[in-house]
Design a protein around this ligand. Structure first.
Ligand code: AGP
Length: 613
């Protein structure tokens, strides 16, 4: 994700844009930039790194322009980047301009067909690797005297998600905008207007907003707002909403904690990852995975390394890949792998999962494997991080910054990317029937809306938190591909509530853990549709006969008198279910920790990224 902001009015425009960017920085901070338009001249300044770097290097000429002498309104835009296309660099930083510096744009989203469009703009000169620069040149190409018409023509040709603000020397007293699948909000001030990725950036100046809808586009001037929609020709009427948030809360977009906000971002994150890589029946990784088809077809073994939640993602993928790729998959905790003198074979693909891309043990394992000339693939959420740079190829999980220490959207982001990569490999190796391939792809498409269904009503999970928050020990049980979700659910609870919790394979109970069970130990069990459900039911009986209280994740129609509390989830394919099943466990952990008044976003003793051993 990126953060964008536009302003028209008579304040010190640099101050307005910079302060707006700073509150949008949680959306990305690889690079940032600002552009101001005055006397038909565009001033632009961009730097790599955080907003403060850009702010501290703004050229003097900007300050000469920026305070309006009340004789005219100033118009400007600014951007803080979370790199998707093109590494973090000044030339890739927004704002981007056209060939003649008549248009300048800031954009949040992914233009999927930017290469196809770029190849048709043969007369244009590009200076960056970004998809956004293609968009502004396309608008330049479409310009025939009306900027709005050029915007309208351009967005008809664009596939993917976008929210952009554009200014032009042709019509210097206007902000032009359009949005599809990425958020964009107009802020209404007294004799001034704002437009930004979320209210965070504007709350300092106004609490009146227009939340633009999908496929909206239009114009903002100092005294008017015109909203159109690509689906109709008529001018649209959008309500003005009053948002009574504190600036601090707004940073969390109204959520009490970043963790809860990030749980709720999961449907958008998964959708963004699917739409960025799935085109009809094809899954495309070619601008991320630099290995040839021959190299990928030769793979005889897969190694997956990670820590914590990333390790749990690795375990899920082990079950999935051995079922759909029929090759052995070895999974290891990085801090163990790096010291156990592993036996490595050459036709191996080693996958390293790390949200931060900076976990010391994971990086050390990567460097060790690379010495053995084995293909390395990173799965990471931070472009420019060590993992991102050092792995031979890296899949970027497009989650936007994950601020909460307890990983949530990055976990499901890792899973969706590796699920898609698994199907990509299966198709390449012709190892999965077309029917099964299509079935799994269709099931993945439904996951975001299933998660939205879970998030739409969390009242029952809140009630469970109220009933169990004083408990001292929890046991999480599951079988098969959901066993790693039992581990993940237990990790979520212990790291934010400090309650002891263990995840265990349900079949392993009789080998020890059953001795722990009594009426004071809640047992959370995953009993969703699957090939091992009857086995899970047997484990349920064992647990119930020791008086435990049983909380079960299950599907409609699955009944058992041994279940005391049912969290009913939409039914999906068994091997897809981990992506769905983790969400209620994230919520249960969150609400228990919140009921205990815990420091959820910064739990004691934990850091977001463990960059030391
Ligand atoms: C997960 O909630 C924890 N914050 C932690 O286990 C984390 O997953 C682990 O430190 C790995 O971090 P990484 O994905 O950035 O490598």
């Amino acid at each position: 994700m990126c953060g964008i902001i536009g302003y028209i009015g008579r304040r010190n425009i640099v101050e307005v844009l910079i302060s707006g960017l700073k509150s949008l920085e949680y959306r990305g901070y690889d690079s940032s930039g600002i552009a101001v338009l005055k006397n038909k001249k565009i001033l632009r300044h961009r730097t790599v790194g955080k907003v403060v770097q850009m702010e501290s290097t703004i050229p003097a000429e900007f300050h000469h322009f920026v305070v309006s002498k009340n004789e005219e309104n100033l118009v400007g835009i600014a951007h803080t980047r979370w790199a998707t296309h093109g590494k973090p660099s000044e030339e890739n930083a927004h704002p981007h301009t056209d060939c003649k510096q008549k248009f300048v744009i800031v954009h949040n989203g992914i233009i999927e067909n930017f290469i196809e469009i770029k190849n048709k703009l043969t007369k244009h000169k590009f200076s960056s690797e970004t998809d956004t620069e293609v968009l502004v040149h396309l608008i330049e190409e479409k310009y025939k005297g009306s900027v709005l018409d050029a915007v309208k023509e351009a967005i008809k040709l664009v596939h993917g998600s976008f929210a952009f603000v554009l200014i032009s020397t042709y019509e210097p007293d206007k902000l032009f905008f359009a949005r599809k699948d990425s958020p964009l909000i107009i802020g209404l001030g007294e004799n001034e207007k704002f437009i930004a990725s979320d209210v965070t950036a504007m709350l300092k100046y106004t609490n009146k907003f227009i939340f633009l809808e999908n496929d909206d586009y239009g114009i903002v001037t100092i005294d008017d707002i015109k909203v159109y929609n690509t689906k109709t020709t008529a001018l649209q009427n959008r309500n003005v909403a009053v948002v009574n948030w504190t600036a601090q809360m707004a940073e969390k977009a109204g959520f009490k904690h970043f963790m809860l906000k990030e749980i709720y971002e999961q449907p958008q994150v998964l959708r963004e990852n699917i739409t960025a890589r799935v085109f009809g029946e094809d899954i495309v990784f070619n601008d991320e995975v630099k290995f040839s088809s021959a190299q990928l077809k030769k793979i005889k073994k897969i190694l997956i390394i990670g820590c914590g939640t990333s390790y749990h993602a690795a375990l899920v993928i082990k079950y999935l890949y051995e079922q759909i790729l029929k090759i052995p998959v070895e999974v290891d905790i990085a801090s163990e792998f790096r010291y156990r003198e592993p036996v490595l074979s050459k036709d191996t693909l080693a996958i390293f999962i790390s949200q931060s891309g900076e976990t010391a043990d994971t990086l050390a394992s990567l460097r060790m494997v690379k010495e053995n000339k084995i293909l390395t693939l990173g799965v990471c959420n931070v472009i420019g991080s060590s993992l991102y740079r050092e792995a031979d190829s890296t899949i970027y999980i497009r989650c936007g910054p994950e601020i909460g220490v307890a990983s949530t959207k990055a976990f499901t982001g890792q899973l969706i990317c590796l699920y898609l990569f698994g199907l990509y490999l299966a198709k390449l190796k012709s190892i999965l029937s077309e029917q099964r391939y299509q079935e799994l792809l269709n099931s993945l498409y439904k996951v975001p809306s299933y998660i939205e269904h879970i998030l739409a009503d969390t009242s029952y999970i809140k009630q469970l938190a109220e009933m169990f928050y004083m408990k001292k020990d929890f046991l999480y049980l599951a079988r098969g591909i959901n066993y790693p979700i039992a581990l993940e659910g237990a990790l979520k609870l212990k790291e934010i509530s400090y309650i002891h919790a263990e995840g265990y394979p349900a079949g392993e109970m009789k080998h020890g853990p059953i001795a722990l069970i009594d009426k004071d130990m809640p047992v959370v069990i995953i009993a969703t549709k699957g090939s091992l459900l009857q086995k899970v039911f047997s484990n349920l009986e064992e647990v119930k006969s020791r008086d435990a209280k049983v909380i079960a994740l299950t599907n409609y129609g699955i009944e058992s008198k041994s279940i005391d509390y049912k969290i009913v989830l939409p039914e999906t394919d068994e091997i897809i279910s981990p992506i769905l099943n983790v969400v209620p466990l994230q919520l249960l952990a969150y609400y228990i920790a919140d009921r205990l008044g815990c420091e959820i976003d910064q739990p004691r003793n934990l850091a977001k990224s463990v960059t030391v051993e």
